[in-house]
Design a protein around this ligand. Structure first.
Ligand code: SF4
Length: 382
């Protein structure tokens, strides 16, 4: 049987850097765009050969802001992927975008080349909050872009939103959730803000200019999202992700189900042939590596042995509200999960964090709030 794989393509350019963002993305390197895509094309050709015998089920063009560059670069990338990989006829092909970088021409070009899932970063419905977090767009631009995407025929749209932002009230968050749900996108992601090092927010936090929202309010916001989105017909299928039935993100499910994927572009991570590794993070180094050295340098290479593979499978799979299937575990590893990890699971079930239901092990409602505590149990198992 042909093996399947997901393809992630990283575009590390943004119009400006958001205050909370620690991704491998830059707003001051536009002079490298042309050279970057040349290197990316080389990488596509090289990995197209290595992935012979695989069928690509999903392509995810993320970043950064892929919509910030001229659409001809995206068109070239998709076209080249089709030439060098075997892309499934029904593949999910997603592109991440941000309001303020989209236009009718770009959206039409994306549609024409077969992008069938559009992800739009909104984050908050209030212009004052958007400004406070360093976003370059207004809510009005978001609504215009969203409507335009619908008119052009995108029928699978995700909206990203963030809660626990500095100065965000519960009412602000309720307005964001309800207004987005009223628009009716097929998929909604709700992330809780974490103030990360090397961000503008980290500096502000260190200087006492902003505070983290307290845990109680953070949880209230999460519960509110779960309640309101359920009321609008969205099913929560992962800790932070909600979808109308049948619109769960197939690409992200590859990660959560610990299946194989290739990450192309600066810093992109791969899990391929039982190895995890990533490309060089620095854009200039990445370009040089592919233009001069045929991509021979990679970073963080680790062979995933059976114990690590089980650990990842459980930690990633427990993020899904359906949890992990005992029979799938047995099919994959040839042993019963309860024979190997019965002690740990019994302890977590006893604490009310995990439940055993219809041949599956999954987080309880309380477990969703203490997911890290559950995951810790499965780190470094042997
Ligand atoms: S647009 Fe996205 S990737 Fe770019 S800086 Fe903002 S959050 Fe980071």
């Amino acid at each position: 049987m042909e093996k399947s794989i997901g393809l992630y393509i990283h575009v590390p350019f943004c119009k400006s850097k958001c205050y909370y963002c620690d991704f491998n993305s830059f707003s001051n390197k536009s002079e490298l765009v042309e050279a970057y895509f040349e290197a990316l094309k080389k990488e596509i050709i090289i990995y197209g050969e290595r992935a012979e015998g695989y069928e690509v089920k999903t392509v995810f063009i993320g970043g950064g802001t892929p919509s910030s560059v001229d659409s001809r670069y995206i068109e070239d990338v998709v076209r080249l992927c089709r030439q060098h990989f075997k892309i499934a006829a029904d593949a999910e092909i997603s592109l991440e975008s941000n309001p303020g970088t989209l236009s009718e021409d770009k959206l039409r070009a994306y549609k024409y080349i077969g992008i069938n899932r559009l992800s739009i970063g909104l984050q908050a419905w209030q212009n004052r909050l958007l400004k406070n977090i360093g976003r370059v767009h207004s809510i009005e631009e978001f609504v215009d872009n969203y409507k335009l995407a619908r008119e052009i025929g995108f029928n699978n749209i995700n909206i990203d939103m963030i809660f626990s932002l500095p100065h965000q009230t519960l009412e602000d968050w309720a307005e964001t959730v309800n207004n987005v749900a009223d628009l009716g996108p097929e998929h909604i992601s709700c992330y809780s803000l974490k103030i990360e090092e090397n961000t503008v927010f980290w500096e502000k936090y260190e200087h006492g200019e902003i505070d983290e929202i307290d845990d109680h309010t953070d949880r209230e916001m999460y519960y509110l999202a779960k309640r309101q989105l359920a009321g609008h017909g969205y099913g929560m299928y992962e800790i932070s992700n909600f979808a109308l039935e049948g619109y769960e993100c197939k690409h992200n499910l590859i990660y959560w189900k610990a299946k194989e994927y290739l990450g192309l572009g600066a810093g992109a991570h791969s899990y391929f042939n039982k190895k995890r590794y990533n490309n060089l993070y620095n854009i200039e180094d990445y370009i040089k590596n592919y233009m001069e050295y045929e991509g021979k340098y990679i970073e963080g290479e680790a062979i995933i042995d059976e114990a690590e593979s089980m650990s990842e499978y459980i930690i990633l799979g427990m993020r899904l509200t359906c949890g992990i299937s005992q029979s799938e575990f047995k099919g994959r590893y040839g042993i019963e999960i309860m024979d190997k990890f019965g002690g740990k699971f019994k302890k977590l079930i006893g604490k009310g964090l995990v439940e055993h239901k219809a041949g599956r092990l999954l987080l309880t409602q309380t477990g969703l709030d203490y997911a890290n505590q559950v995951f810790m149990e499965f780190i470094d198992i042997d």
